[in-house]
Write a protein that binds this ligand. Structure first.
Ligand code: ACO
Length: 329
Protein backbone atom coordinates (compact mmCIF):
# COMPACT_ATOMS: atom_id res chain seq x y z
CA UNK A 1 0.00 0.00 0.00
CA UNK A 2 1.57 3.33 -0.98
CA UNK A 3 -1.19 5.67 0.29
CA UNK A 4 -1.16 6.47 4.02
CA UNK A 5 -2.68 3.57 5.88
CA UNK A 6 -3.86 2.60 9.32
CA UNK A 7 -3.70 -0.60 11.31
CA UNK A 8 -7.12 -2.21 10.95
CA UNK A 9 -8.97 -5.23 12.32
CA UNK A 10 -9.30 -7.49 9.27
CA UNK A 11 -10.36 -10.72 11.01
CA UNK A 12 -11.90 -11.81 14.31
CA UNK A 13 -12.35 -15.16 16.06
CA UNK A 14 -13.27 -16.53 19.47
CA UNK A 15 -13.57 -19.79 21.38
CA UNK A 16 -15.29 -20.61 24.66
CA UNK A 17 -14.99 -23.91 26.52
CA UNK A 18 -18.05 -26.19 26.44
CA UNK A 19 -18.35 -26.63 30.21
CA UNK A 20 -20.72 -24.17 31.92
CA UNK A 21 -20.65 -23.13 35.57
CA UNK A 22 -24.04 -21.66 36.47
CA UNK A 23 -25.01 -19.59 39.49
CA UNK A 24 -27.00 -22.62 40.68
CA UNK A 25 -23.78 -24.68 40.69
CA UNK A 26 -22.06 -21.95 42.70
CA UNK A 27 -24.86 -22.03 45.28
CA UNK A 28 -23.69 -25.53 46.19
CA UNK A 29 -20.04 -24.40 46.47
CA UNK A 30 -20.18 -21.16 48.51
CA UNK A 31 -22.75 -19.20 50.51
CA UNK A 32 -24.33 -17.24 47.67
CA UNK A 33 -27.50 -17.16 45.58
CA UNK A 34 -28.44 -16.92 41.93
CA UNK A 35 -30.45 -13.82 42.84
CA UNK A 36 -27.49 -12.07 44.56
CA UNK A 37 -25.10 -12.78 41.72
CA UNK A 38 -27.50 -11.58 39.01
CA UNK A 39 -28.48 -8.46 40.94
CA UNK A 40 -24.95 -7.45 41.98
CA UNK A 41 -23.03 -8.52 38.83
CA UNK A 42 -25.39 -9.39 35.94
CA UNK A 43 -23.65 -12.76 35.49
CA UNK A 44 -25.68 -15.98 35.03
CA UNK A 45 -23.04 -18.45 33.93
CA UNK A 46 -19.39 -18.68 32.93
CA UNK A 47 -17.38 -21.18 30.88
CA UNK A 48 -14.68 -23.35 32.44
CA UNK A 49 -11.76 -24.97 30.65
CA UNK A 50 -11.44 -28.69 31.42
CA UNK A 51 -8.42 -29.52 33.62
CA UNK A 52 -6.72 -31.61 30.96
CA UNK A 53 -6.92 -28.98 28.19
CA UNK A 54 -4.11 -26.45 27.87
CA UNK A 55 -5.17 -22.85 27.31
CA UNK A 56 -3.09 -22.84 24.13
CA UNK A 57 -5.61 -25.24 22.49
CA UNK A 58 -8.50 -22.83 23.10
CA UNK A 59 -6.31 -19.89 22.03
CA UNK A 60 -5.33 -21.69 18.83
CA UNK A 61 -9.00 -22.34 17.97
CA UNK A 62 -9.84 -18.62 18.27
CA UNK A 63 -6.68 -17.72 16.32
CA UNK A 64 -7.46 -20.08 13.41
CA UNK A 65 -10.95 -18.54 13.13
CA UNK A 66 -9.56 -14.98 13.09
CA UNK A 67 -6.94 -15.84 10.46
CA UNK A 68 -9.55 -17.54 8.24
CA UNK A 69 -11.90 -14.57 8.72
CA UNK A 70 -9.10 -12.30 7.46
CA UNK A 71 -8.75 -14.52 4.37
CA UNK A 72 -5.19 -15.46 5.35
CA UNK A 73 -3.29 -18.59 6.34
CA UNK A 74 -1.15 -18.97 9.50
CA UNK A 75 1.97 -18.69 7.32
CA UNK A 76 1.00 -15.06 6.50
CA UNK A 77 1.24 -13.96 10.14
CA UNK A 78 4.38 -11.93 10.98
CA UNK A 79 3.88 -11.61 14.73
CA UNK A 80 1.73 -13.19 17.44
CA UNK A 81 1.04 -11.19 20.58
CA UNK A 82 -0.72 -13.20 23.29
CA UNK A 83 -2.31 -11.31 26.16
CA UNK A 84 -2.91 -13.40 29.25
CA UNK A 85 -2.48 -13.55 33.01
CA UNK A 86 -2.93 -17.33 33.01
CA UNK A 87 -0.42 -18.78 30.52
CA UNK A 88 0.07 -22.54 30.57
CA UNK A 89 3.78 -21.94 31.17
CA UNK A 90 5.90 -18.90 31.96
CA UNK A 91 8.15 -20.39 29.31
CA UNK A 92 7.39 -21.20 26.55
CA UNK A 93 5.09 -18.20 26.26
CA UNK A 94 1.45 -18.71 25.31
CA UNK A 95 2.23 -16.93 22.03
CA UNK A 96 4.91 -19.53 21.21
CA UNK A 97 2.53 -22.38 22.14
CA UNK A 98 -0.11 -20.92 19.79
CA UNK A 99 2.50 -20.43 17.06
CA UNK A 100 3.30 -24.14 17.34
CA UNK A 101 -0.39 -25.22 17.42
CA UNK A 102 -1.40 -23.23 14.34
CA UNK A 103 1.94 -23.68 12.54
CA UNK A 104 2.49 -19.97 11.99
CA UNK A 105 6.12 -20.67 11.17
CA UNK A 106 6.97 -17.16 9.91
CA UNK A 107 5.74 -15.41 13.04
CA UNK A 108 7.68 -13.91 15.93
CA UNK A 109 5.80 -14.46 19.20
CA UNK A 110 5.63 -12.99 22.69
CA UNK A 111 3.24 -12.58 25.65
CA UNK A 112 2.00 -9.35 27.22
CA UNK A 113 0.51 -8.95 30.66
CA UNK A 114 -1.59 -5.87 31.34
CA UNK A 115 -4.28 -7.98 33.06
CA UNK A 116 -7.79 -7.18 31.81
CA UNK A 117 -6.46 -4.24 29.79
CA UNK A 118 -4.08 -6.54 27.89
CA UNK A 119 -6.01 -6.49 24.63
CA UNK A 120 -6.06 -2.68 24.43
CA UNK A 121 -2.33 -2.55 25.27
CA UNK A 122 -1.67 -5.09 22.51
CA UNK A 123 -3.64 -3.00 20.00
CA UNK A 124 -1.34 -0.05 20.68
CA UNK A 125 1.83 -2.13 20.28
CA UNK A 126 0.56 -3.85 17.13
CA UNK A 127 -0.61 -0.57 15.64
CA UNK A 128 2.90 0.89 16.00
CA UNK A 129 4.49 -2.12 14.33
CA UNK A 130 2.06 -2.03 11.41
CA UNK A 131 2.03 1.72 10.73
CA UNK A 132 5.84 1.82 10.93
CA UNK A 133 5.92 -0.76 8.13
CA UNK A 134 7.67 -3.37 10.31
CA UNK A 135 4.95 -6.01 9.85
CA UNK A 136 2.00 -6.62 7.53
CA UNK A 137 -0.13 -8.99 9.61
CA UNK A 138 -0.25 -9.32 13.38
CA UNK A 139 -2.36 -11.82 15.32
CA UNK A 140 -3.45 -10.69 18.78
CA UNK A 141 -4.74 -13.60 20.81
CA UNK A 142 -6.26 -12.74 24.20
CA UNK A 143 -6.81 -15.94 26.15
CA UNK A 144 -7.55 -16.59 29.79
CA UNK A 145 -8.26 -19.52 32.07
CA UNK A 146 -9.13 -17.54 35.19
CA UNK A 147 -10.78 -20.62 36.74
CA UNK A 148 -7.20 -21.88 37.26
CA UNK A 149 -6.36 -18.95 39.55
CA UNK A 150 -9.74 -18.72 41.29
CA UNK A 151 -10.35 -19.85 44.86
CA UNK A 152 -13.72 -21.60 44.59
CA UNK A 153 -14.19 -21.25 48.34
CA UNK A 154 -14.01 -17.42 48.16
CA UNK A 155 -17.47 -16.06 47.30
CA UNK A 156 -16.10 -12.54 46.82
CA UNK A 157 -14.30 -13.58 43.65
CA UNK A 158 -15.40 -17.03 42.46
CA UNK A 159 -18.74 -15.83 41.09
CA UNK A 160 -17.10 -13.31 38.78
CA UNK A 161 -14.62 -15.05 36.53
CA UNK A 162 -14.64 -17.40 33.53
CA UNK A 163 -12.46 -18.77 30.73
CA UNK A 164 -12.31 -17.96 27.02
CA UNK A 165 -10.27 -16.69 24.09
CA UNK A 166 -10.71 -13.91 21.55
CA UNK A 167 -8.46 -13.10 18.61
CA UNK A 168 -8.06 -10.42 15.96
CA UNK A 169 -5.80 -10.11 12.95
CA UNK A 170 -4.53 -6.62 12.25
CA UNK A 171 -3.51 -5.59 8.75
CA UNK A 172 -3.33 -2.39 6.69
CA UNK A 173 -6.37 -0.40 5.50
CA UNK A 174 -7.36 3.20 4.82
CA UNK A 175 -9.38 3.27 8.03
CA UNK A 176 -8.61 1.48 11.26
CA UNK A 177 -7.27 2.33 14.70
CA UNK A 178 -7.58 6.10 15.05
CA UNK A 179 -6.33 6.56 18.59
CA UNK A 180 -5.31 4.55 21.67
CA UNK A 181 -4.70 5.78 25.19
CA UNK A 182 -3.09 3.66 27.90
CA UNK A 183 -2.45 4.20 31.58
CA UNK A 184 -1.29 2.48 34.74
CA UNK A 185 -1.49 3.19 38.48
CA UNK A 186 1.03 0.82 39.99
CA UNK A 187 0.65 2.52 43.37
CA UNK A 188 -2.83 0.96 43.64
CA UNK A 189 -1.80 -2.48 42.41
CA UNK A 190 -2.35 -4.17 45.77
CA UNK A 191 -6.16 -4.00 45.40
CA UNK A 192 -6.08 -6.94 42.97
CA UNK A 193 -3.33 -9.53 43.14
CA UNK A 194 -2.48 -12.99 41.82
CA UNK A 195 0.88 -14.17 43.21
CA UNK A 196 3.16 -16.11 40.89
CA UNK A 197 6.83 -16.77 41.78
CA UNK A 198 6.76 -14.80 45.05
CA UNK A 199 4.34 -15.01 47.97
CA UNK A 200 4.52 -12.42 50.79
CA UNK A 201 3.10 -12.71 54.33
CA UNK A 202 0.48 -10.07 53.27
CA UNK A 203 -0.50 -12.28 50.33
CA UNK A 204 -0.96 -15.21 52.75
CA UNK A 205 -3.01 -13.11 55.16
CA UNK A 206 -5.51 -12.11 52.47
CA UNK A 207 -6.13 -15.64 51.21
CA UNK A 208 -7.82 -18.71 52.61
CA UNK A 209 -5.50 -21.21 54.32
CA UNK A 210 -3.46 -23.20 51.82
CA UNK A 211 -4.37 -21.02 48.81
CA UNK A 212 -1.45 -19.37 47.04
CA UNK A 213 -1.70 -18.54 43.35
CA UNK A 214 -5.28 -17.32 43.46
CA UNK A 215 -6.99 -13.97 42.86
CA UNK A 216 -7.54 -11.67 45.80
CA UNK A 217 -9.45 -8.50 45.19
CA UNK A 218 -10.85 -5.54 47.08
CA UNK A 219 -14.06 -5.52 45.03
CA UNK A 220 -15.40 -2.15 46.05
CA UNK A 221 -12.06 -0.35 45.42
CA UNK A 222 -11.89 -1.90 41.95
CA UNK A 223 -15.54 -1.04 41.35
CA UNK A 224 -15.01 2.66 42.13
CA UNK A 225 -11.85 2.86 40.01
CA UNK A 226 -13.51 1.05 37.11
CA UNK A 227 -16.69 3.14 36.96
CA UNK A 228 -14.65 6.37 36.82
CA UNK A 229 -11.82 5.30 34.51
CA UNK A 230 -14.08 3.68 31.88
CA UNK A 231 -15.76 7.02 31.35
CA UNK A 232 -12.58 9.13 31.47
CA UNK A 233 -10.61 6.87 29.12
CA UNK A 234 -13.48 6.72 26.60
CA UNK A 235 -13.84 10.50 26.55
CA UNK A 236 -10.08 11.00 26.18
CA UNK A 237 -9.76 8.67 23.21
CA UNK A 238 -12.72 10.36 21.49
CA UNK A 239 -11.32 13.83 22.22
CA UNK A 240 -8.00 12.83 20.57
CA UNK A 241 -9.90 12.42 17.28
CA UNK A 242 -12.23 15.38 17.72
CA UNK A 243 -15.26 13.09 18.19
CA UNK A 244 -18.01 12.79 20.79
CA UNK A 245 -20.01 9.81 22.04
CA UNK A 246 -22.70 10.74 19.49
CA UNK A 247 -20.30 9.74 16.68
CA UNK A 248 -19.86 6.15 17.85
CA UNK A 249 -21.98 3.13 17.02
CA UNK A 250 -20.89 0.89 19.89
CA UNK A 251 -18.78 0.77 23.00
CA UNK A 252 -17.09 -2.56 23.67
CA UNK A 253 -16.18 -2.44 27.36
CA UNK A 254 -14.32 -4.94 29.51
CA UNK A 255 -17.02 -7.25 30.86
CA UNK A 256 -16.53 -7.16 34.64
CA UNK A 257 -19.88 -6.26 36.15
CA UNK A 258 -23.10 -4.95 34.57
CA UNK A 259 -23.35 -2.26 37.25
CA UNK A 260 -19.90 -0.90 36.30
CA UNK A 261 -21.03 -0.73 32.67
CA UNK A 262 -24.30 0.97 33.63
CA UNK A 263 -22.41 3.52 35.76
CA UNK A 264 -19.97 4.25 32.94
CA UNK A 265 -22.80 4.56 30.38
CA UNK A 266 -24.63 6.98 32.66
CA UNK A 267 -21.53 9.14 33.15
CA UNK A 268 -20.94 9.11 29.38
CA UNK A 269 -24.61 9.80 28.71
CA UNK A 270 -24.95 6.93 26.23
CA UNK A 271 -27.90 4.50 26.19
CA UNK A 272 -27.14 0.92 27.25
CA UNK A 273 -28.12 -0.35 23.78
CA UNK A 274 -24.89 1.21 22.50
CA UNK A 275 -22.89 -0.73 25.12
CA UNK A 276 -22.17 -4.29 23.95
CA UNK A 277 -22.45 -6.86 26.75
CA UNK A 278 -22.12 -10.62 26.95
CA UNK A 279 -21.04 -11.03 30.59
CA UNK A 280 -24.36 -12.66 31.45
CA UNK A 281 -23.08 -15.82 29.73
CA UNK A 282 -19.30 -15.50 30.04
CA UNK A 283 -18.52 -13.73 33.30
CA UNK A 284 -15.30 -11.73 33.38
CA UNK A 285 -12.71 -13.30 31.06
CA UNK A 286 -10.10 -10.61 31.61
CA UNK A 287 -8.26 -9.53 28.44
CA UNK A 288 -10.35 -11.91 26.30
CA UNK A 289 -13.59 -10.04 27.10
CA UNK A 290 -13.35 -7.34 24.42
CA UNK A 291 -12.18 -9.48 21.46
CA UNK A 292 -14.81 -12.14 22.24
CA UNK A 293 -17.48 -9.40 22.18
CA UNK A 294 -16.04 -7.95 18.97
CA UNK A 295 -16.13 -11.34 17.28
CA UNK A 296 -19.72 -11.95 18.40
CA UNK A 297 -20.82 -8.54 17.13
CA UNK A 298 -19.01 -9.02 13.83
CA UNK A 299 -20.54 -12.45 13.24
CA UNK A 300 -24.01 -11.09 14.10
CA UNK A 301 -23.40 -8.38 11.43
CA UNK A 302 -23.96 -5.63 13.98
CA UNK A 303 -21.03 -3.64 12.61
CA UNK A 304 -20.93 -1.96 9.21
CA UNK A 305 -17.96 -0.53 7.35
CA UNK A 306 -17.22 2.97 8.60
CA UNK A 307 -18.76 2.45 12.06
CA UNK A 308 -16.73 4.03 14.83
CA UNK A 309 -16.35 1.99 17.98
CA UNK A 310 -14.65 2.48 21.34
CA UNK A 311 -13.03 -0.40 23.20
CA UNK A 312 -12.33 0.38 26.84
CA UNK A 313 -10.86 -1.68 29.67
CA UNK A 314 -9.46 -1.55 33.19
CA UNK A 315 -7.82 -4.21 35.28
CA UNK A 316 -5.13 -5.45 37.60
CA UNK A 317 -1.97 -3.40 37.82
CA UNK A 318 -3.96 -1.22 38.01
CA UNK A 319 -4.14 -0.59 34.28
CA UNK A 320 -6.59 1.05 31.91
CA UNK A 321 -6.89 1.88 28.25
CA UNK A 322 -9.22 2.79 25.42
CA UNK A 323 -9.03 2.51 21.65
CA UNK A 324 -11.06 4.19 18.93
CA UNK A 325 -11.46 2.07 15.81
CA UNK A 326 -13.18 2.63 12.48
CA UNK A 327 -14.60 -0.70 11.37
CA UNK A 328 -13.19 -1.50 7.93
CA UNK A 329 -14.13 -5.12 7.26
N1 ACO B 1 -22.82 -13.89 47.34
C1 ACO B 1 -23.44 -13.34 48.39
N2 ACO B 1 -22.90 -12.32 49.09
C2 ACO B 1 -21.70 -11.86 48.70
C3 ACO B 1 -21.00 -12.42 47.61
C4 ACO B 1 -21.61 -13.48 46.92
N3 ACO B 1 -21.02 -14.07 45.87
N4 ACO B 1 -19.84 -11.75 47.45
C5 ACO B 1 -19.80 -10.81 48.40
N5 ACO B 1 -20.92 -10.88 49.17
C6 ACO B 1 -21.28 -10.09 50.32
C7 ACO B 1 -20.09 -9.46 50.97
O1 ACO B 1 -19.46 -10.38 51.83
C8 ACO B 1 -20.72 -8.31 51.71
O2 ACO B 1 -21.26 -8.82 52.92
P1 ACO B 1 -21.05 -8.04 54.29
O3 ACO B 1 -21.71 -6.72 54.07
O4 ACO B 1 -21.72 -8.93 55.27
O5 ACO B 1 -19.57 -7.93 54.46
C9 ACO B 1 -21.90 -7.91 50.83
O6 ACO B 1 -22.08 -8.99 49.90
C10 ACO B 1 -21.67 -6.65 50.04
O7 ACO B 1 -20.36 -6.66 49.52
P2 ACO B 1 -19.89 -5.57 48.52
O8 ACO B 1 -18.44 -5.75 48.24
O9 ACO B 1 -20.36 -4.22 48.96
O10 ACO B 1 -20.74 -6.00 47.25
P3 ACO B 1 -20.83 -5.26 45.89
O11 ACO B 1 -22.23 -4.95 45.61
O12 ACO B 1 -19.83 -4.15 45.77
O13 ACO B 1 -20.38 -6.39 44.86
C11 ACO B 1 -18.49 -7.16 43.65
C12 ACO B 1 -19.15 -7.04 45.00
C13 ACO B 1 -19.44 -7.90 42.71
C14 ACO B 1 -17.19 -7.92 43.79
C15 ACO B 1 -18.24 -5.73 43.11
O14 ACO B 1 -17.57 -4.97 44.07
C16 ACO B 1 -17.42 -5.72 41.84
O15 ACO B 1 -17.89 -6.16 40.79
N6 ACO B 1 -16.21 -5.15 41.88
C17 ACO B 1 -15.36 -5.03 40.72
C18 ACO B 1 -14.80 -6.36 40.40
C19 ACO B 1 -14.02 -6.34 39.14
O16 ACO B 1 -14.37 -5.68 38.20
N7 ACO B 1 -12.96 -7.08 39.13
C20 ACO B 1 -12.16 -7.37 38.04
C21 ACO B 1 -11.29 -6.27 37.60
S1 ACO B 1 -9.81 -6.79 36.94
C22 ACO B 1 -9.99 -8.26 36.25
O17 ACO B 1 -10.89 -8.40 35.48
C23 ACO B 1 -9.04 -9.40 36.60
Amino acid sequence: MTKPYKAAVIGTGSALPEKRLTNKHLESMVETSDEWIIKRTGIKERRILEDDVPLSVLAAEASRKAIADAGLTPMDIDLIIATTITPDYLSPSLACCVQKEIEAKNAAAFDMNAACTGFVYALQVAQGLITSGTYNYILIIAAEALSRVTDFTDRNTCVLFGDGAGAVVLGKAEEGIASVILGAMGESGSVLTIPCCYFSPEDAEKRNEGKKQVIWMDGSEVFTFASKIMCEASLKVLENSGLTVNDISYIFPHQANIRILQNAAKRLDVPMDKVYTNLENTGNISSASIPVCLDEASRKNLLKKGDKIVMVAFGGGLTYGAALLTWSK
